[in-house]
Design a protein around this ligand. Structure first.
Ligand SMILES: [Zn+2]
Length: 81
Protein backbone atom coordinates (compact mmCIF):
# COMPACT_ATOMS: atom_id res chain seq x y z
CA UNK A 1 0.00 0.00 0.00
CA UNK A 2 1.39 3.36 -1.00
CA UNK A 3 1.82 5.81 1.78
CA UNK A 4 0.31 9.24 1.34
CA UNK A 5 2.63 12.18 0.95
CA UNK A 6 2.25 15.02 3.36
CA UNK A 7 3.43 18.54 2.71
CA UNK A 8 4.11 19.95 6.12
CA UNK A 9 5.50 23.14 7.56
CA UNK A 10 7.08 23.44 10.95
CA UNK A 11 5.27 25.97 13.11
CA UNK A 12 8.46 26.64 15.06
CA UNK A 13 11.02 27.30 12.30
CA UNK A 14 8.76 27.53 9.20
CA UNK A 15 10.71 24.83 7.40
CA UNK A 16 8.54 23.21 4.72
CA UNK A 17 9.09 19.60 3.83
CA UNK A 18 7.38 16.60 2.27
CA UNK A 19 7.25 13.28 4.00
CA UNK A 20 5.71 9.89 3.42
CA UNK A 21 3.81 8.83 6.46
CA UNK A 22 0.78 6.87 7.52
CA UNK A 23 -2.35 8.63 8.67
CA UNK A 24 -1.60 7.26 12.11
CA UNK A 25 1.84 8.88 12.09
CA UNK A 26 0.17 12.17 11.31
CA UNK A 27 -2.58 11.93 13.91
CA UNK A 28 -0.19 10.62 16.55
CA UNK A 29 2.13 13.54 15.82
CA UNK A 30 5.03 11.12 15.50
CA UNK A 31 6.39 13.17 12.60
CA UNK A 32 8.95 15.73 13.58
CA UNK A 33 10.58 18.64 11.78
CA UNK A 34 13.80 17.51 10.01
CA UNK A 35 15.38 20.84 10.85
CA UNK A 36 14.61 21.49 14.51
CA UNK A 37 12.77 18.36 15.60
CA UNK A 38 9.59 20.16 16.65
CA UNK A 39 6.35 18.23 16.29
CA UNK A 40 4.07 21.19 15.87
CA UNK A 41 3.49 20.89 12.13
CA UNK A 42 0.97 22.47 9.80
CA UNK A 43 -0.32 20.75 6.69
CA UNK A 44 0.27 22.64 3.46
CA UNK A 45 -2.51 22.12 0.98
CA UNK A 46 -1.17 21.88 -2.52
CA UNK A 47 -2.63 24.16 -5.13
CA UNK A 48 -2.76 21.34 -7.64
CA UNK A 49 -5.24 19.49 -5.47
CA UNK A 50 -7.49 22.53 -5.26
CA UNK A 51 -7.45 22.97 -9.04
CA UNK A 52 -8.28 19.34 -9.61
CA UNK A 53 -11.10 19.61 -7.12
CA UNK A 54 -12.58 22.71 -8.76
CA UNK A 55 -12.65 20.99 -12.13
CA UNK A 56 -14.63 18.13 -10.74
CA UNK A 57 -18.39 17.95 -10.59
CA UNK A 58 -19.77 18.23 -7.11
CA UNK A 59 -20.41 14.78 -5.73
CA UNK A 60 -23.28 16.10 -3.63
CA UNK A 61 -25.16 17.78 -6.49
CA UNK A 62 -25.13 15.45 -9.50
CA UNK A 63 -24.86 17.18 -12.84
CA UNK A 64 -23.53 20.40 -11.43
CA UNK A 65 -20.19 21.77 -12.46
CA UNK A 66 -17.81 24.47 -11.34
CA UNK A 67 -17.77 25.64 -14.96
CA UNK A 68 -21.49 26.42 -15.08
CA UNK A 69 -21.61 29.32 -12.65
CA UNK A 70 -21.05 27.31 -9.52
CA UNK A 71 -22.71 24.37 -7.93
CA UNK A 72 -26.48 25.04 -7.78
CA UNK A 73 -25.72 28.65 -8.57
CA UNK A 74 -23.53 28.85 -5.48
CA UNK A 75 -26.17 27.31 -3.22
CA UNK A 76 -24.59 23.88 -2.91
CA UNK A 77 -25.49 22.40 0.49
CA UNK A 78 -21.93 21.12 0.80
CA UNK A 79 -20.48 24.53 0.07
CA UNK A 80 -18.71 23.19 -2.98
CA UNK A 81 -18.80 25.89 -5.55
ZN1 LIG B 1 11.27 23.14 12.70
Amino acid sequence: MALPYYDLRCAACQTAFSIKATVKDRTDKSISCPDCGARDLETIYRKVNILRYKNKDCDVCPGSSAFSGGCRGGACPAGRV
